[in-house]
Design a protein around this ligand. Structure first.
Ligand code: UD1
Ligand code: UDP
Length: 390
């Protein structure tokens, strides 16, 4: 019987789906790979989860852990319990985690504890702000991962500074760009801009969901006030994240936002429709990690409402700038006056990251080319020893 490499691909929350999709499609083509798609259920609303499976042509997950929302401890613990059980049932040879959400760390911990090799895609990013839950997830995941796939030189430098062995690191580029390139035709064909009456017009796209922006009533109130002012200069489309919507309602800010004539408040969009909107935008205002990258790739001005970014290359090479609620309006004026750097695409942000990941797995796992592993003699060898570089 043919022995194939069992790989678990972990997805959990909105930003994960566009990171696993290109890899799923690439690995599915490989005869040596036995892929299991695992959804932890961290995000569960139709428009935060199922929509992305449809948009990105992903099949339903092989395993759905159904963990849902909760405190950091609850969520992380629930994923660990459920995923540990799944690994006992069918032990993968490699666990691939992406990004920096709680489920990323939880599944990496499960793998590390039972000596299943863990690979982290989007490794090495650092905001150097440990008040961000994602920064803790990044630091801890990268400390225990066996393979670190990085998107940019700054990530390699961060890992080197932290003492991660060079042999564990492969720079593969930015997987988000693979998703965009895979979906480019559908994104162009989406009628989203037209259906919102925006085709050929100037408009801004806003997304906000970081606790540091949306969990503090005074700050969220200030941001809403600024968005209303901006909307007097340029129409705004704001697909509202569920965390943000809850807080806008709880803090009595929903009405102020929705009555502003220049602001269209809408439900979170699927990937294809959202990117159709971004592609036609004059500017974006965001605190999203992914949007900073997408706008750099597309050359669209991006104002990031944060003090730090774990994606500094979007500022040094791209169109991204960090702003506060107080200097948001002057920055918008600069953009509208045409005073904004055009930026350039960072190296290896080219749509071929999934192929580089597959090549790296092939190399590290010593998979013969052409790639069918013929026998089952090593089936009791722990996955860890199957690696050449770890
Ligand atoms: C999570 C990630 C964050 C990522 C973001 C992407 C962590 C620590 N945070 O933040 O890094 O940038 O996803 O969107 O992993 N909710 C719903 N429906 C859903 C999902 C969430 O209503 O489908 C609501 C719940 O009230 C929940 C809240 O949103 O408590 C926050 O969800 P959670 O997954 O804990 O964090 P996010 O803010 O979504
Ligand atoms: N996105 C989407 N619909 C939306 C908002 C965002 O499809 O209404 C996509 C977009 O491609 C973005 C990605 O979701 O890059 C990342 O999601 P999010 O901002 O929630 O997470 P982060 O990147 O901040 O972790």
């Amino acid at each position: 019987m043919e022995k194939r490499l069992r790989i678990d691909l972990i997805a959990a929350a909105r930003p994960n789906f566009m990171k696993i999709a290109p890899l799923f499609h690439a690995l599915r083509e490989e005869p040596w790979c036995n892929l299991r798609l695992v959804h932890t259920g961290q995000h569960y609303d139709h428009n935060m989860s199922d929509t992305f499976f449809k948009d990105l042509n992903l099949p339903p997950p092989d395993l759905h852990l159904g963990v849902g929302s909760g405190s950091h401890a609850e969520q992380t613990a629930r994923v660990m319990l459920a995923y540990a059980q799944a690994c006992t049932g069918t032990r993968p040879d490699l666990i691939v985690v992406v990004g920096d959400v709680n489920s990323t760390l939880a599944c990496a911990l499960v793998g590390a504890k039972v000596c299943i090799p863990v690979a982290h895609l989007e490794a090495g990013l650092r905001s150097n702000d440990r008040t961000m839950p994602e920064e803790i997830n990044r630091l801890a995941t990268d400390t225990i991962a066996d393979i670190l796939w990085t998107p940019s030189p700054d990530a390699d430098e961060n890992l080197a500074r932290e003492g991660v062995a060079t042999a564990k690191i492969t720079r593969v580029g930015n997987i988000m760009i693979d998703s965009y390139e895979l979906m480019r035709d559908l994104i162009q064909a989406s009628g989203m801009r037209r259906s919102l009456g925006l085709e050929g017009k100037d408009y801004g796209v806003v997304t906000l969901h970081r606790p540091s922006n949306v969990d503090v009533p005074v700050l969220l109130g200030k941001l809403v006030g600024q968005l209303v002012k901006i909307s007097e200069k340029i129409p705004i489309i704001f697909p509202v994240h569920p965390r943000t919507r809850k807080n806008l309602e709880r803090f009595d800010l929903w009405q102020q936002l929705t009555v502003a004539p220049g602001i269209q408040v809408i439900e979170p969009l699927g990937y294809v429709d959202f990117m159709n909107l971004v592609c036609g935008a004059r500017l974006t205002v965001t605190d999203s990690g992914g949007v900073q990258e997408e706008t750099t790739y597309l050359g669209i001005p991006c104002l990031t409402l944060r003090d730090t970014t774990e994606r500094p290359i979007t500022v040094t090479q791209g169109t991204n700038r960090l702003v506060t609620a107080d200097n948001l309006l002057p920055a918008i004026n600069d953009i509208l006056a045409g005073h904004w750097p055009r930026g350039r695409k960072p190296g290896l942000w080219d749509g071929s990251t999934a192929a580089r990941v597959v090549a790296d797995i092939t190399k590290r796992m010593k998979i013969p080319q052409p790639a069918v592993v013929q026998d089952d003699r090593n089936s009791n060898v722990s996955g860890k020893r199957m690696f050449s570089n770890i």
